[in-house]
Design a protein around this ligand. Structure first.
Ligand code: G6Q
Length: 551
């Protein structure tokens, strides 16, 4: 047994899970008319309804007891006060400091963190205003119309998700584009309609060594120089967000155009820093600040609300309950708001890169499932694709349904139709349809007994499928900030409950190293043959066909 599984509260939940597996949520709703009131929370940015989970008061009490046994409150305080809780990299975890709007002093390792954040914000403000008002000019004296963010992973997913999520708030002072893939098709497609004289590149890379980003940055630089015929143009068309100033300067970026990043901000939690530059350029500095304010609202809630009324804590406990104790292996994220179409991809990284691990803080193999795999799609599109699986497969997939009372772009007759589906799906996933209901329905429709006997088993929906509903008022910079922070703190809490180091990513580093080795093999004539036979033969095949294509 590991430290976690030997806790009495863990053992009690394990036993309780055995009992709960035999329950049906429909009965729990019938037995308790107060269920919604008991298992929902109203926060300024959203209503959070978790009543459609296979839980009772006893379940939640058990989960809160576990959270306390795991010293969650103490760990939470450690994060906010800058303790080095990223133990494998020996770093603080302070993305919360990036959006602290309270001016609370925080000195970490002799560094005045709020002062650094404030000065970075001023730099962002000055830069975005110059670009957006046309005071930043390209090499031929023309104003910037298009900004291309080159970055991958944490240096792409957050900003792109937010830009998409808030595009109806953009005044189109500049158009923002993203290049993340080293597949040349993407950068070629992005650059094709753009004018080098009016295009600004942001090279977003904390390390400024990531091969994909560096390759794309070189291509962008050649594209610019091919038009300007002058390498001095680079300074006017490239800025960087990086903690590696030396590499960024070597690339040709002026030191004053390098935006700092710090070790205490992990890539996937960095959209609140200068990594969020494309957001600020797209929306303007004031709306970028509103995004931070929305996140800060949840930071305060997470830090101060009792566990029993704490939305991110409850989300994490439910994830643990569903995955580790009830055995679900995946979780769906289903936004019913078109602007949130990149949210699932963003959360895949946020949760899976943070907690998709299998050793605990002591380096021991854990003897429990950690986090589920995250997947999903815009809800309506999913309904006509994979919801069949959600409703009737043997695998139970807990799902988060995220929608808004009002659309950002109201079109008559659309929103209520959308939301009718939103409400119907969680109702159906919870309640299901039993065989008796199916038979009565078919009979009422005048079907023959033979037909009813044949079809009835196929139409049964067992229900009892857990969902959370997050109902926002409307997507705005502030409410989106709150939504993202909600998930960030859920992920932090999961890490504490599971004893997982949520802030490293060794699984990402491994791939980076291996690809670099193979790259050198692809560019020479020799095959080194040091891989497994599959990889050796795949490389050999690739090289043979590649050289045939050249002839
Ligand atoms: C995020 C990860 C990872 C990282 C990318 C890009 O938490 O660390 O997704 O953001 O690998 O790294 P760079 O910003 O250093 O290019």
């Amino acid at each position: 047994m590991t430290a976690r599984t030997s806790l009495p509260s863990w053992q009690a939940l394990k036993q309780h899970a055995g009992v709960m597996k035999k329950q049906h949520m429909k009965d729990l709703f019938n037995e308790n008319p107060q269920r919604f009131d008991e298992f929902s929370l109203k926060l300024p940015a959203f209503l959070f309804d978790y009543s459609k989970n296979l839980i009772t008061t006893e379940t939640m009490q058990g989960l809160f007891a576990l959270a306390r046994d795991c010293k969650l409150e103490q760990w939470r305080e450690k994060m906010f006060t800058g303790a080095r809780i990223n133990t494998t990299e020996d770093r603080s975890v302070l993305h919360v400091a990036l959006r602290d709007r309270s001016n609370t002093p925080l000195i970490v390792d002799g560094e005045d963190v709020p002062a650094k954040v404030q000065s970075a914000l001023l730099q962002i403000k000055d830069f975005t205003e110059r670009v957006r008002t046309g005071r930043w000019l390209g090499y031929s004296g023309k104003r910037i119309t298009d900004v291309v963010n080159i970055g991958v992973g944490g240096s792409n997913l957050g900003p792109q998700m937010v830009t998409e999520g808030l595009k109806h708030y953009s005044d189109q002072s500049v158009r923002v584009h993203y290049v993340s893939n080293v597949d040349g098709t993407q950068i070629a497609d992005v650059l094709r309609p753009l004018d080098p004289e009016k295009t600004l590149f942001i090279i977003s890379s904390k390390t400024f060594t990531t091969t994909e980003t560096m390759t794309n940055a070189q291509t962008a630089m050649k594209w610019l120089v091919a038009s300007a015929f002058d390498e001095n143009a680079i300074a006017k068309h490239f800025v960087a967000v990086s903690s590696n100033k030396v590499n960024a300067c070597d690339f040709g970026i002026k030191e004053e155009n390098i935006f700092d990043m710090w070790d205490w901000v992990g890539g996937r939690f960095s959209l609140w820093s200068a990594i969020g530059l494309p957001i600020a350029l797209d929306l303007g500095y004031e709306k970028f600040i509103e995004l931070l304010e929305g996140a800060f609202e949840i930071d305060q809630h997470f830090r101060n609300a009792p566990l029993e009324e704490n939305a991110p804590v409850i989300m994490a406990l439910l994830s643990l309950w569903n995955c580790t104790f009830l055995g679900s292996q995946s979780q769906a994220i289903l936004p019913y708001d078109q602007p949130l179409h990149k949210l699932t991809a963003y959360l895949q990284q946020a949760e899976m890169e943070s907690n998709g691990k299998s050793v605990n803080w002591q380096g021991e193999d854990v003897d429990y499932a950690t986090v589920p795999s995250i997947w999903g799609e815009i809800g309506i599109n999913g309904q006509h694709a994979f919801y069949q699986y959600l409703h009737q497969s043997n695998n139970v997939v807990p799902a988060d349904f995220i929608g808004s009372v009002a659309s950002v772009t109201p079109v008559q007759g659309h929103h209520d139709t959308l939301m009718a589906n939103f409400f119907a799906q969680t109702e159906a996933l919870m309640g299901g349809v039993n065989e008796q209901q199916v038979r009565e329905d078919l009979k009422a429709k005048g079907r023959t007994q033979e037909y009813i006997d044949k079809v009835a088993p196929h139409k049964v929906h067992k229900g009892n499928r857990p969902t959370n509903t997050i109902l926002m008022n409307r997507i705005s910079p502030r409410s989106l900030g709150s939504l993202i922070a909600l998930y960030e703190h859920k992920i932090f809490t999961q890490g504490i409950l599971l004893q997982i180091c949520s802030f490293d990513q060794w699984g990402v580093e491994l791939g980076k190293g291996l690809a670099n080795k193979i790259y050198s093999e692809l560019s020479t004539d020799q095959l080194n043959g040091k891989h497994d036979s599959s990889t050796n033969n795949l490389i050999a095949y690739y090289k043979t066909i590649k050289s045939t294509n050249k002839r």
